[in-house]
Design a binder for this molecule. Structure first.
Ligand code: AMP
Ligand code: MG
Length: 313
């Protein structure tokens, strides 16, 4: 049962307690309703992908209450300081170099060395972020492939029973998504949205080329900063090769060096995936083998990531 919470102190305290427990809470922002989870928790972020039915682990936007909280997650240069002070709080997302000590789940950044951050202006979003006191990963609160929700009722239509709660803060004002500005290297417009590109160009004093979306790469080189194991990776292995590091899934993997989830829980497997690949790579000589993962629900995103790890390089 998905709780419908009021946007007052009682509702926000309840929402913050759910986030602290690793549960998912949808909340209004000035763009669309976001589906929030603790950005530091692998399990919470895995649940976001599960609830939305996303077929791949693309990076998520991290929401914080103010620029000071944002500076704890990313490196701000002069340009970032200038646009942040001009447009935050507001419908602008900045992609910035990730701080090594940020403490975010690897699933939030899809293992990129950059992070997307936004300070929402909506008073309910602000209230929730302050009540929770930590970074909140929040894509739009709709099933993958459906239109973004601008009311609590829309969230319920798509996600009722799949998330812990929705904070009902009325209709979103903009309905557009946030503009995404990339500030890793040359400034790039990564996604048009609530703040027009011309207004950002004026503030930055440079023209903004439209960058390709790294979540939907057109050239393989754009994924270069994704982590790729040094060892070869084979998938769908039920009888491991002697000498290989076998990553298991489920109970029938006696002898596996690591297991994504002994209870065959796909959320747990997604939460463990990136760490398991790194650990397997650390202990492997030259071959990592992975047990079959069911190709439904979160399993599709896990298999997508595994196929890319196994692709010839
Ligand atoms: P949404 O579904 O609205 O949360 O969309 C998130 C968008 O932010 C996607 O288009 C991502 O490609 C983009 N994004 C998030 N994190 C990053 C990042 N670290 N680098 C580049 N783009 C990012
Ligand atoms: Mg969306």
């Amino acid at each position: 049962m998905t709780e419908r919470l009021s946007p007052d102190a009682t509702g926000l305290d309840r929402a913050a307690a759910l986030l602290r427990a690793g549960d998912l809470v949808a909340f209004p922002t000035e763009t669309v309703y976001g589906l929030g989870g603790d950005a530091r928790s692998d399990i919470a972020v895995a649940r976001i992908f599960e609830a939305k039915g996303r077929p791949r682990f693309n990076p998520l936007i991290v929401h914080v209450p103010d620029i000071a909280a944002a500076r704890a997650l990313a490196h701000f240069d002069d340009r970032a300081e200038r646009v942040a002070s001009a447009f935050w709080p507001g419908p602008l997302t900045l992609v910035l170099p990730l701080r090594a000590e940020a403490g975010l789940s690897a699933l939030v950044t899809a293992e990129l060395t950059s992070v997307a951050i936004r300070v929402p202006a909506h008073p309910v979003a602000q209230g929730l972020l302050r009540a929770f006191g930590g970074p909140v990963a929040a894509p739009s609160a709709n099933p993958s492939g459906r239109v973004s929700p601008t009311r609590a009722d829309h969230v319920m239509e798509g996600l009722s029973g799949r998330i812990a709660a929705v904070v009902d803060g009325g209709a979103s004002a903009v309905g557009l998504e946030s503009t995404i500005l990339g500030l890793v290297g040359a400034a790039q417009l990564l996604r048009p949205g609530g703040i027009p590109a011309e207004v950002l160009e004026e503030c930055l004093g440079v023209p903004l080329p439209t960058g390709a979306d790294p979540a939907r790469p057109v050239a393989p080189g754009q994924l270069a900063s994704h982590y790729a194991p040094g060892a070869a990776v084979r998938l769908g292995v039920t009888t491991p090769t002697p000498g290989a590091v076998w990553i298991g899934f489920g109970r029938d993997c006696a002898g596996a060096a690591l297991n994504l989830s002994e209870t065959a829980d796909l959320v747990e497997a997604a939460a463990n995936l990136f760490h398991a690949l790194r650990e397997a790579d650390r202990i492997a000589n030259d071959l990592i083998e992975v047990a079959p993962i069911p190709d439904h629900g979160l399993g599709r995103a896990i298999n997508d990531r595994l196929r890319r790890a196994a692709a010839p390089r």
